[in-house]
Structure formats: C-alpha cells, structure tokens
Design a protein around this ligand. Structure first.
Ligand SMILES: *Cc1c(COP(=O)(O)O)cnc(C)c1O
Length: 346
C-alpha cells in the first residue's frame, strides 16, 4: 500500500525527471565556480526573481543565515516576526553565530506585522541601543499556517525600510506558493527586497537545496558567509540539476497543491468531529473534537497503522494537526484520506 505522507511538503522526493537530470548533469568544482549546472541554476534563479545574482545553499536555514551575516555586523539588531521561522526554528543562528540581536514584532493572523509595531522596533540613534540594520518578512508564513502576504503589504514594508535606512530580507521558503496564491509573477512579491531565500526542496520537490538571491556585492559577501558555514560544495551540479527542474517545471503547478489542500479541507470538514481551523495555500490545520474517544496521538497512530497515512500533531499548538499537500498527493489520495479519517472517527 502506498504511503500517503501529509506531514509536510518537505517529505516530497524528487520526480523521475529530476533523477534523470541528476544522473546526466554536467559537473565541475563549484568552489572554483566551475560547475556549469550550479552556475545555470544561480543565473536562472536570479533572473526569475528579478535580482542581480544568486548563490546555491544547502538549506533555507543556511540561506537565511548567510543573508543576515552578509547584511549585518555583530551587535546590530534585526526586526523580525515573533513566530518567524528564523526566530523560532533556526537555532538562533543569527545570535549564536552572527552576534545579532533579534527585536521581535507580533505576527498577526494574516501573517503581517503592523507597520506601527515595526516603527516602534527601530532603535533611535542612542548609544545605549544596538543599531537596527534590517527587517525580515516571511512569505508564505509557516507558523501562521501557510498564509501568503501580498505585494502591496511587502511594498509598504519596503517603504518603511527605505524611510528608516533598513535592509529588507524575505524568508521566501515558499515564495512560489505565495505567487501561485495571488496569481502574480514572483518578481512582484520580492521587488522591494534586498535579498530573498527560497527552498527548492519543499513543494518544488528537489531533494536538497535552497537559493539566496540579491545584489551582486551582497551575494559575494554571502558566498564568504557560506564558506565559513561549511556550505561551499564541489560537484553540486547533481543537486542543482534537480533544482533547475524545480524552478522551471514545478513552480507553475503549485496551484494544484493549493486546490488539493482546499479539496481535502472541504472533505474533512464534512466528517463529524473534525474542525478545520484554517486552510491557506498548501496548508491545512484542523482539530478533532475533544469529546472523541481517541486522543490525537491515537488518531494519528491508527491512520498510520490501518491506512498508511502519515500525519503529525503540530508542535506549534496543542491539540491540532497540520497537513501540507505536495506533488505526491493527488486527488485519489485526498479521497482516501477523507474516507480513512471518517472511518477512524466513526
Ligand atoms: C522550511 C523553512 C525554512 C528553511 O528550512 P530548511 O529546513 O533549513 O531548509 C525557512 N523558513 C521557512 C518559513 C520554512 O518553512
């Protein structure tokens, strides 16, 4: 029986086309800038996001940290969402390795931070305070439940950044999901950003890797940071080959994952005992009625044992399950999940 793995879009494995491209990729030593496939990926990624240059990194975490290290000096402060991935789920690398001080602003349910909260987070020119250097957005917002943020809001934050002499970084791990949700070219969502990280490995199905894009000088500094973090790779073209397919063939189909997530949410909402908390882009968050005989852990275990369906309770909030659709979840799988959940709860 095929596994239906809804725990995350990170579980998506490479497509047959990716494996073939990986096997045939032209390679070189990327530390000498000699890998043609990596060079192609970086050039194409920069062009697609409308930036001058790009650097291939091992993960989104590494891309974000390279960005912060390249933009900021030790002892400086960055403004960041209190539920942002960089603040909550990247081991505090910015402080641990970069010596940076996070100044958090509350993230609202719509994944934005209020502009007046951002204004309040900018330190005055006062010798008691760290210098505020940068503001970071996250699109789509993971802990908000995959909520996309608009080009208009991003432009407003871009304005705020310019007025205050700040750099704008976007953690765009799922920026192509945001572009699909708004039906816009991804360039429109990052036009105001000085740098953007995005993941090739989530909904885009590549096995490994993220890309950091920005200005040419910035990317040169980011490459130095990547080296210090041990992220300079050799024949990385085997990975970049999958990344090229991710970029060119997988971005335009993300809307299918969103439609499937919507379909799944609709199906689950009709099952007695299920309450859909939210459905945005490829995310679904739901709870199971507390008067049900099963605990959440038992519910998850039964789906795994009886139906080979994988879900996991959401670490970010007690009592809820968070699902993410991806390339390997089709309509047939959705129908199976709905009937399995119905059978499990009846
Ligand atoms: C997944 C993710 C990252 C990066 O994660 P890695 O596992 O290091 O690739 C960064 N930001 C957000 C919002 C994410 O969802």
């Amino acid at each position: 029986m095929d596994t239906i793995d809804l725990r995350s879009d990170t579980v998506s494995h490479p497509t047959a086309a990716m494996r073939e491209a990986m096997a045939k990729a032209e390679l070189g030593d990327d530390v000498f800038h000699d890998d043609p496939t990596v060079n192609q990926l970086e050039a194409d990624a920069a062009a697609m996001l409308g930036k001058e240059a790009a650097v291939f990194v091992t993960s989104g975490t590494q891309g974000n940290l390279c960005a912060l290290l390249a933009h900021c000096q030790r002892g400086e402060s960055i403004i960041i969402g209190d539920t942002s991935h960089i603040f909550v789920n990247e081991q505090g690398g910015m402080a641990q390795i970069g010596g940076l001080i996070p100044h958090t602003a509350p993230v609202q349910a719509d994944a934005t931070m209020r502009l007046d909260d951002l204004e309040k987070a900018v330190n005055p020119d006062d010798e008691h305070k760290p210098v505020t250097r940068l503001v970071s957005l996250e699109n789509t917002h993971n802990m908000a439940g995959g909520v996309p943020i608009s080009a208009e809001y991003t432009a407003a934050v871009g304005d705020f950044a310019r007025r205050n002499g700040l750099i704008l970084h976007i953690d765009g791990a799922r920026i192509f999901n945001a572009a699909a949700a708004y039906g816009v070219d991804v360039k429109a969502l990052v036009a105001d950003a000085d740098s953007v990280t995005f993941c090739l490995s989530k909904g885009l199905c590549a096995p490994v890797g993220s890309v950091l894009v920005g200005g040419r000088d910035f990317i040169r500094r980011a490459r130095r940071a990547r080296k210090a973090l041990g992220g300079s790779l050799r024949q990385a073209g085997v990975l970049a080959a999958a990344g090229l397919i991710a970029l060119h063939e997988m971005t335009d189909r993300l809307i299918e994952d969103h439609q499937n997530a919507q379909l799944l949410a609709e199906g689950l909402s009709e099952v007695p005992g299920v309450r859909i908390r939210s459905q945005n882009t490829n995310f679904i968050i739901f709870s199971v009625a507390p008067d049900n005989e099963l605990t959440l852990d038992e519910f998850v275990r039964e789906l795994r044992q009886e139906y080979n369906i994988l879900m996991s309770p959401y670490a970010g909030e007690a009592g809820v399950i968070r699902l993410r659709t991806h390339y390997w979840i089709d309509r047939r799988a959705i129908a199976k999940v709905v009937s399995a959940v119905r059978a499990t709860l009846s």
